[in-house]
Each structure stands twice: as structure tokens, then as C-alpha cells.
Ligand binder design. Structure first.
Ligand code: GLA
Length: 742
């Protein structure tokens, strides 16, 4: 990895074994972009990549020169109003009302490693040699506003991390009305755009379309990253597949409002912008104040989407997630939500835990309903003290009973919310986000606490910490069950109301930081009505997230498959629940429910006491299997093999680092009578290893399994021999592959 500066031509070249990123100081003094892609040799002068032409009707920068026009030049920090008619990366409103800025290159520095982003989650380095960071100092002389552009290149993989810090060194205040974290101007638009979108209980479905002229975007203005669109985007060459071809993945390390946009101009250049959504953002900068944008990540690959995903997985597992749980396999848990909803007593919970313990479950999680007057969703949020009618000895007492069973204990919180029917609201009615004199919108009968205020965050921290200090709690499920509306804080003036969405998220991060610092061994699982805030920002604090409130195995295939595009398997919260399923009322075989949930953190969301003896034996076998293979499943190399969005079957697999063991999951939605013979081509094996397959003990070389495929045929439906159990709809199988000596 190196960062090269060619003084004469003012060209910067960041490179490692995989990628090159090249930019230069433009003739007008601003920063221009030249190349991002597969590594190329360095040489003196890449200025030929700055292509200019005397295009008719262009707005030109220099008097008497028809060549240089910002309209056509690729840039690093484009602003608006001076000839570039594409969407800008920065907009600064000034005292006189003008929004024009002109960020001139001033100087640069190179830092080994990667500087922290104050108050914000970001990827990090452990050793200085893991990455280098180029910082470009740019300066707008009229306002005195400086922009520091950060580019971190890691030694390994096609990753580039970017962010910008603005500092007002002028004498007048300015207002940032747009501060995107990343601008990438690509020289063509020959890409497919792939996004992860959906809705509550249908999160992160893979949606694909051709990049086209004009603006296309995804984003959120809900205050969370949202169920609707994940802050993740892929631009892939149309012929690129999971196994081969060029793609660039963009990920935004942020949990609030975001915008990811690609704009294809009339000359088929594509400008990608990633950052905080400008429509709900403005930041007032007094002299000497600064603003740090969140981090945006780009991953380039020329080896297909699986390779891109694996780069994100490793980065998020090793250099985004932190702390005690970062490298540890996740406890197998049982959660009482779908088993009891609000209807439980302490004894009932202990009964559920006892049966779970008998089956091998390690962690019992008490969900919503344990605090204040929380007997339904109209009351109690904000009162984080145990309801002693239900839990006579409080959380400490219940946690002790669970601990005596030999299990860990976990607890649900929804720290950012309040019901009007709560002691917290009665004492602090001014602590919610609301606009004076206007009606306030509720969601699930609850209101949003003003986390932009330190005293609010302090109070919630104290309530949570008190429980964690006294009771044996080793896991927290942190929920967030509504989007934000009326985002107005009574503690800030009118000029700062545009900051509240972002200040709110900074408050959430602050609370996470304080809790994870004081209770470093507590495992945090994030949740927002399922997958409404499943993003890299939260992963920095909570290494796993409840992927969706939809626990149906068939629905989960799509959700988890889509999620795996960016997020590691160790982060995907996945449970076995009852049939008929509570969201789609579908009945699926118990083994299929487990076969899907294994590719995640794994747990149960039901009352095991209600299962038959035979089913309990099956559950015991499932748990034993997961204990044996969870390290491989959660931390191995994950490959998508067959997409559930494209046909009746889906397949994926995980391979150990030494390639000696692999687990393949194969799934079929509907049964097919007299079906064709089928095979699945595996990936990631060692072509020279001979693997024994658990299903039938047969042996095959890696090259055979990867090129000819694993035979998955099952043409028996309708004619099942008497000694075989007939397959049904929603059938699935796991194949365990082990390398053997031959
Ligand atoms: C949300 C979560 C669920 C459960 C309920 C409790 O919907 O996603 O898993 O915790 O809240 O109210």
C-alpha cells in the first residue's frame, strides 16, 4: 500500500495490491478525480486522464478558454453555481445568501493508520501498517471555510474509506446545507444499480435496475437508516455475477437519514454521492467550529459480488465491530417475545428458560413488557424499572434464577422512546421531539425522546446502568420502534433546527459508547422493529442485529440473502419460531426453520414446552450442530450460490479458513412433481482436496464440486418410495463437507 504524490503534475495516487485511486489538482485549483478501479502501475503524469473539450454551450472557467468547464470535469468536492450542473457534494449558505464556494487545494499530509472520527462510528486500524490516510486540505478563501478530505486505503482488499471535516476559520458564521461524505465521478455509466430495499418484515430484498440517464437514488428521511432502503449500493457491470466481474460497493457508516445517489449526465458520466440526506440537514458553523461527516466506504472488486461481500464481511467483523464479542461465536438464545408477547409472569419465563436449558440453549432473553406499567404498547416506555407485580424480585431476582439454571440472561430496552403514560413523560413532558403549537405524530403510541439533549441521554443512561450494575445481564436487545417526525428540539435556536436529526443520532451513539464502555462484556443486539436500523453505524457498537420481525423461514431466505450482500453472517440475528408462523401464517418444517437460522446468530423465539417429545429431540440435535459449526457459519467465508429472488431454489455455503470444512445450505420453496435433476456449483473449496459429504458419505474432489456441482436432485415427489419420508413444500438440506485423506 502506498500514497504517492507527483509534485510536478500535482497527481495523487493511492494504491495497494488490489486498487488504485488517482486524483489531481485541477487547473482551477480544485481537486479533480481521475480513476478508481483495479490497481495500475504508477507513473509520472496521469494528466491525460483530465479530458477537456470545447463543447458548445458549456459554462467555462477561464476567460478566453473554451476547454475547461466544470460541467464536464470529474471532481472530488464539487459545489454548485459555477458551471457544474450536477448535484454537488457541498453547499454552504453564507451571510449574504450566496451558496457558491470554491474549495482550492492548499496542502496535504499522510498519516499512518486511520484517524478516529470524533463521536462517530468508523472503521479502524489496530496496527499503523494496516492502512494509510491521505488528508487533503482545501480552502474557500471568501468564507474562510476549510475542508479536510480523508482517504484511507487499507493494505488489504479493495477498500477506500472517506469522510470530510469542515472547519470555519473565517470571521462570519456559515451554514452547511449539504455535506456529503463521498463523491465519485465515474467515466461511464455502463452499470447495473443494485440496492437492498423493502419494508417492515420484508427488509433488504435485492432490487436491481440498469443505471440510466438522470438521477436515481435511495435514502431515508425517517431518522433511522430504515426498513425501506439500506445505506448500501452496488454498481456492477451488467455481465458481472456472484463469481466474476467488476463491481463497486458503497456503504455508509451511519444510522440516520442518508442519501445514495447516482446521476448520469448527458455525456454518460456517472456521479455517485453518498452522505447525510441534505433535505433534512443543515449545520450552522460559527467561527472556529467544525463539522465531521460520517464515513463512507467504497469496495472495488473485479471478481464478482461474493468477493465484494466477503471484503465487507471481513472489514465489518474485524475493523468495524469492536470489543469482547467481536471475534466470539454468538450465544444460542431463546427470546420470549413470540412465545408470550406481553402476557407473562416470572414463573412462566423461568419455565421457558428451563426447557430451553434442557435443550442446550445458552442465553434467555426477556423482551418487551418487564418495566413500568408496560402491559400493552400504550404505557411504560421510559420507565426502565422492573414491574414488580410481574417480577417480584426485580430484574436482579429473575436474572439470578436464570443464572442458577446455568444460563446467561438478556434484556430488552427501547431507550430512545417514551409513552405519554409513563412517569418519565409526566416528569419531563418537554423531553420529546415536537414542534411548538403543532400536533405531534405518534408511532405505536410512542414518542421520540430528544436525544440531541445531553440531559436526556444522561437520564436514560443512568436508568439502564443501574439495572446493569445490579443484575447479571449479559445481553441487551436495543429496540427502536418508530420513525422520527416533528424533529424539533426545544433546547436549540432556530438556526440549529436543521441539526437535530444528526444530533439525535450523535446522542444514540453517545449512549451506546457509554454503555459499551462501562459494560464491555455485555453483548448488544440492535433492533428497530426488526431490521429498521441494520447499518454499519450501529454495528460499531452492537455486533449483531435482529434482521427482521419476520421469522418465517421462507421470508427469511430473501431477507438474509439480501443482508449478506454487505453484512457478515455473525451480525444477522435469526431465530427458529413456531408454525403457523406469526407473520405470514405459513407452516414450514422444523428442520428448514433451523437450516435458515443457522446462517446467522441462531436462537429460538417460541415456548419449547409446547413442542412434542420428537420435536424436542430435533431441537437438541439442532443446538448441538450449531455449537459445533457456529464458528464456521458465523466467521467462515460465506458464498451465495443460488438466489431466492430468481427461482424456486436457493443455496448458500460457508467455508472454513483452511477450506477443510464447509456447510452448504440448499432450500426449495415449493415442491415439484417429477422434477428435473439438479446440481449446485459450490465455491471457495480447495480444488485438490477430496471432500466427504455428510448426506451419503460420498467423496468428491473440490474441482468436481465447484465445476460439475453438488448433486441436489430430488425427483421423487409424487412417487416417493415407501421407506422414504416424502418431501414437502419448503424442503431444505444441509450438506457438511469435510476434507479427507485419500
Ligand atoms: C419490536 C421488535 C420485536 C419485539 C417487539 C417488542 O417489534 O422488533 O422483536 O422486541 O418490538 O415490542
Amino acid at each position: 500500500m502506498s500514497i504517492i504524490f507527483h509534485e510536478k503534475t500535482k497527481v495523487f495516487h493511492l494504491q495497494n495490491d488490489s486498487i488504485s485511486y488517482i486524483m489531481m489538482v485541477l487547473p482551477n485549483g480544485q481537486m479533480g478525480h481521475l480513476y478508481f478501479g483495479k490497481r495500475i502501475h504508477d507513473r509520472e503524469g496521469f494528466e491525460n486522464l483530465l479530458e477537456t473539450a470545447p463543447r458548445p454551450m458549456s459554462s467555462c472557467t477561464f476567460e478566453g478558454d473554451k476547454y475547461f468547464s466544470l460541467e464536464h470535469v470529474k471532481q472530488e468536492l464539487p459545489s454548485c453555481g459555477t458551471g457544474d450542473y450536477r448535484s454537488p457534494a457541498v453547499e454552504v449558505k453564507q451571510e449574504n445568501g450566496s451558496r457558491i464556494s470554491d474549495f482550492q487545494y492548499h496542502s496535504y499530509r499522510v498519516e499512518s493508520g486511520k484517524p478516529k472520527l470524533p463521536g462517530l462510528p468508523a472503521t479502524y486500524t489496530k496496527d499503523k501498517g494496516e492502512a494509510e490516510t491521505l488528508v487533503l486540505n482545501l480552502y474557500d478563501s471568501v468564507t474562510g471555510l476549510w475542508a479536510e478530505l480523508f482517504y484511507t486505503i487499507f493494505a488489504q482488499g479493495g477498500i477506500l474509506a472517506r469522510s470530510i471535516r469542515y472547519c470555519n476559520k473565517g470571521s462570519q458564521p456559515v451554514q452547511l446545507e449539504r455535506a456529503m461524505s463521498l463523491c465519485l465521478d465515474l467515466p461511464d455509466c455502463d452499470y447495473d444499480w443494485v440496492q437492498l430495499s423493502g419494508a417492515w418484515a420484508r427488509e433488504r430484498h435485492v432490487k436491481e435496475r440498469r443505471l440510466a440517464m438522470g438521477v436515481q437514488s435511495i435514502g431515508s428521511m425517517r431518522g433511522n437508516s430504515s426498513h425501506e432502503h439500506n445505506p448500501f449500493l452496488i454498481l456492477k457491470r451488467p455481465l458481472a455475477s456472484e463469481q466474476q466481474g467488476e463491481a463497486i460497493g458503497f456503504s455508509f457508516v451511519y444510522s440516520g437519514n442518508f442519501l445514495m445517489q447516482a446521476e448520469v449526465d448527458a455525456h454518460e458520466n456517472a456521479r455517485v454521492l453518498v452522505g447525510i440526506h441534505p433535505d433534512t440537514f443543515a449545520w450552522y458553523l460559527e467561527p472556529e467550529e467544525s463539522f465531521q461527516t460520517p464515513e463512507a466506504l467504497m469496495v472495488y472488486t473485479d471478481s464478482g459480488l461474493n468477493d465484494m461481500s466477503q471484503t465487507f464481511h471481513r472489514l465489518f467483523q474485524k475493523r468495524l465491530a469492536r470489543g469482547y464479542w467481536r471475534d466470539r461465536v454468538r450465544p444460542i438464545l431463546i427470546n420470549n417475545w413470540e412465545a408470550t408477547y406481553f402476557n407473562f409472569t416470572e414463573d412462566k419465563l423461568v419455565q421457558i428458560a428451563e426447557k430451553a436449558k434442557e435443550c442446550g440453549v445458552e442465553l434467555f432473553v426477556l423482551d418487551d413488557g418487564w418495566f413500568g406499567a408496560r402491559n400493552n404498547d400504550f404505557a411504560g416506555l421510559g420507565d426502565w424499572r422492573a414491574n414488580t407485580e410481574r417480577l417480584p424480585q426485580g430484574i436482579a431476582g429473575l436474572a439470578e434464577r436464570i443464572s442458577q439454571l446455568g444460563m446467561k440472561f438478556g434484556l430488552w430496552f427501547e431507550p430512545e422512546m417514551v409513552n405519554k403514560d409513563s412517569d418519565l413523560y409526566r416528569s419531563h413532558p418537554d423531553w420529546i421531539l415536537e414542534v411548538p403549537k403543532r400536533a405531534n405524530t405518534h408511532g405505536r403510541n410512542q414518542y421520540v425522546l430528544d436525544f440531541s439533549r445531553k440531559e436526556v441521554v444522561d437520564c436514560i443512561f443512568e436508568m439502564m446502568a443501574e439495572i446493569l450494575r445490579k443484575a447479571k445481564v449479559s445481553y441487551i436487545k436495543w429496540d427502536m420502534n418508530r420513525s422520527i417526525t416533528e424533529c424539533f428540539s426545544k433546547s436549540f435556536g432556530s438556526e440549529r433546527q436543521g441539526e437535530i436529526f444528526h444530533r439525535y443520532i450523535l446522542g444514540v451513539y453517545d449512549l451506546y459508547e457509554r454503555l459499551t464502555s462501562e459494560f464491555p462484556e455485555v453483548l448488544f443486539e440492535s433492533c428497530a422493529s426488526g431490521g429498521g436500523r441494520f447499518d454499519p453505524g450501529i454495528l460499531y457498537y452492537a455486533p449483531q442485529g435482529w434482521a427482521s420481525d419476520n421469522s418465517d423461514a421462507v421470508e427469511r431466505m430473501k431477507i438474509q440473502y439480501g443482508t449478506s450482500m454487505c453484512y457478515p453472517i455473525s451480525s444477522i440475528g435469526s431465530h427458529v419460531s413456531v408454525t403457523p408462523n406469526h407473520q405470514v401464517y405459513r407452516s414450514t418444517p422444523l428442520h428448514t426453520r433451523a437450516n435458515v437460522a443457522y446462517f446467522g446468530t441462531f436462537g429460538y423465539e417460541l415456548d419449547l414446552n409446547k413442542l412434542t417429545g420428537e420435536e424436542i429431540e430435533e431441537v437438541k440435535t439442532q443446538i448441538a450442530f450449531m455449537k459445533e459449526y457456529r464458528h464456521l457459519l458465523q466467521f467462515g467465508r460465506f458464498y451465495r450460490l443460488k438466489s431466492p429472488f430468481e427461482g424456486n431454489e436457493m443455496a448458500w455455503m460457508a467455508v472454513s479458513e483452511d477450506r477443510k470444512t464447509a456447510v452448504v445450505g440448499w432450500y426449495r420453496m415449493l415442491n415439484v412433481v417429477n422434477d428435473r435433476f439438479t446440481r449446485v456449483k459450490l465455491q471457495g473449496l480447495d480444488k485438490d482436496f477430496c471432500y466427504e459429504i455428510s448426506q451419503d458419505g460420498s467423496r468428491h474432489y473440490g474441482d468436481e464440486l465447484m465445476n460439475l456441482g453438488l448433486v441436489t436432485s430430488d425427483a421423487t415427489a409424487g412417487q416417493t418410495p415407501e421407506d422414504e419420508i416424502p418431501c414437502t413444500d419448503f424442503e431444505s438440506r444441509l450438506y457438511i463437507l469435510k476434507a479427507v485423506e485419500v
